[in-house]
Design a protein around this ligand. Sequence first.
Ligand SMILES: NC(=O)c1ccc[n+]([C@@H]2O[C@H](COP(=O)([O-])OP(=O)(O)OC[C@H]3O[C@@H](n4cnc5c(N)ncnc54)[C@H](O)[C@@H]3O)[C@@H](O)[C@H]2O)c1
Length: 384
Amino acid sequence: MTGWKPFPQLWHWQNQQTTLILIRHTTRSPLDEDGDLARFCLFVRPTIPTVLESTIAMNVLVVGGAGYIGSHAVRLLLDAGHTVTVYDNLSRGHAASVPDGMLVQGELSDRAKVVQTLRDKKIDAVMHFAAFALVNESVNDPALYYRNNVIDAVELLDAMREADVKKIVFSSTTATYGEPDTVPIPETTPQNPINPYGFTKMVFEHALADYAAAYGFGYAALRYFNAAGARPDGSIGEDHDPETHLIPIVLQVALGQRDAITIFGDDYATEDGTCVRDYIHVDDLGAAHLLALDKIELGKGLCVNLGTGRGTSVREIIEACREVTGHPIPEKMGPRRAGDPSELIADARMAKERLGWQPKYMDVKSIVQTAWKWHQAHPNGYAK
Ligand SMILES: NC(=O)c1ccc[n+]([C@@H]2O[C@H](COP(=O)([O-])OP(=O)(O)OC[C@H]3O[C@@H](n4cnc5c(N)ncnc54)[C@H](O)[C@@H]3O)[C@@H](O)[C@H]2O)c1
């Protein structure tokens, strides 16, 4: 059949569930100029979210992948065709949140084990979620935070140097900004953390910048606003102990695990007097990680906010939870908490410009719906 030339033509149609690809494959015999033969092939496949399409398949080590946000990133990495290894000491995570056969249980401080894992699994890039993240705990026991979030995290970087793995995506936080004067908060806002948690995360951002300059690391530090929601099929979700995040706590009232939700202050300078935050769906965070993975350049770093750019008040969250659950969710008033700024909303433009990232969950009710599906199916989290 030599001499036959293919002239493919392609039509593409997709919605959120299904992608149709129609290929017109015209072949022409060099012996017969009029003899075009048109054939059509129709391919039907599930739609892969556009944000994930450009990634090149990699071997990714997800450090802290048994935790809330890490376990969601793991699913998105797998969905996009990457090979994943989770490295976690299970101090705050759940083995049940990790797909079978992917967990290596170990400490970040165990350099030999991390190096071995990086080499054995031929890791191309690391995602780092393995930090402690409770503000009050960090105030009461800063040693725990400096050790885990700085010292052990730098051990990870040195293990990466030893194994010659130089790409890393890091879960940073809006807590590195402290109480900024400007809202929405752009990345140019000075980082003035007001607690050891925020400080340790900022210090690690500096370590990344120095490792990029000196050793050629490439990194993205993604400064999350308020992570919320769960995988839409309800298979994995948020299970912290203690739980300090608003949406799961409000949903505990709907589940009958608490009598009421306490609102800490309704005299802030906001529309309804309660604090306003920027809630970002956990899968939108994960999607940004995948995009960042693709964009990382060795020797360079990128620090971007991940938020929707929309603020939602505590009262609006409670109302959304009432609508979604159909439960009255009684509330009671409490005093303001120290160090609670009235409004924290992301200026999210840079993530769109630099990563091509656009959150899918722009209204808080859709985020609550995913969280409710998880909590209803797993009222005790991962515990049987
Ligand atoms: N949850 C949020 O709203 C939020 C907001 C901003 C930033 N972040 C950041 O995102 C990251 C993940 O948050 P999360 O809510 O998923 O936390 P998480 O506690 O659910 O998950 C952290 C995981 O890391 C593991 N881990 C911790 N220290 C480790 C160590 N030394 N060695 C090995 N494994 C270790 C824990 O066992 C756990 O599985 C954190 O770094 C946090 O600072 C979270």
